[in-house]
Design a protein around this ligand. Sequence first.
Ligand SMILES: [Zn+2]
Length: 252
Amino acid sequence: MWLVLAVPVKAAAIEDLTRPWPGAVVPYKLDPVILKRAGAKGTDCRNWRDWSAATQGHKVCRAMSEWQAETGVRFVPYTKGAKWLDIRTSDNRTNATLGYSVVNWVNVEPRASYGAVLHEFGHVLGLTHEHMRPDRDDYIVLAPFIGDSLKGCNPVEAMCRDILLNFPRHGRLQMKTDYDPCSLMHYLSHQGPRYPDDPRWRQAFTLTRAGAARMDVCSGQFQAREARCRKVGQKCAITEDDAALVRRFHGG
Ligand SMILES: [Zn+2]
């Protein structure tokens, strides 16, 4: 779920240096390894619904299909042009570049959940982490150890680098909606799986009163879903605000 920055970043929601995909079209190339694991015959997402839901190929193609349906931004197999999105796999990372950039890729580890893959495609379409917005302190209170690390930690240590990359406040925005604790681009409070031996990560932040009020509003859209989809930082679905912002960013 790490956000990898291909361009310098100053802001959140959609940052001032992030660019949209020209013509609201994302040409993609699928790693042959991903296709092979899915048992695909072709070189693109054709017939992805027939592939096992456990495969990376199914998750990737389903995520593109869902973002396309929600936003109108189209994912098409690459044919020609200088830039495209590389969809590839490595053993231990699920991450992505941000918006349309010089190089563009999504990396999907074999065991990545569908929600994690859907989140990474949010980055591809220009969204940054909701909990890194400049106004986030009105809505969440970071755990003291994270706040302390942001004030000063040793970047040689992996946890410090993680915090410095994924928890600072950004500077300037070019677009935003109201703060959305339901956003697919918000982290979960419980980050335990990242640091199973460190109990502090079981609660990386709490909501302020204003954050809880926003949560009451946004969680209504997931009322029919299971409990894990009705909490801050859910990884079940694209929210209405996530989709609206991507649409607006791409001229829709
Ligand atoms: Zn992310």
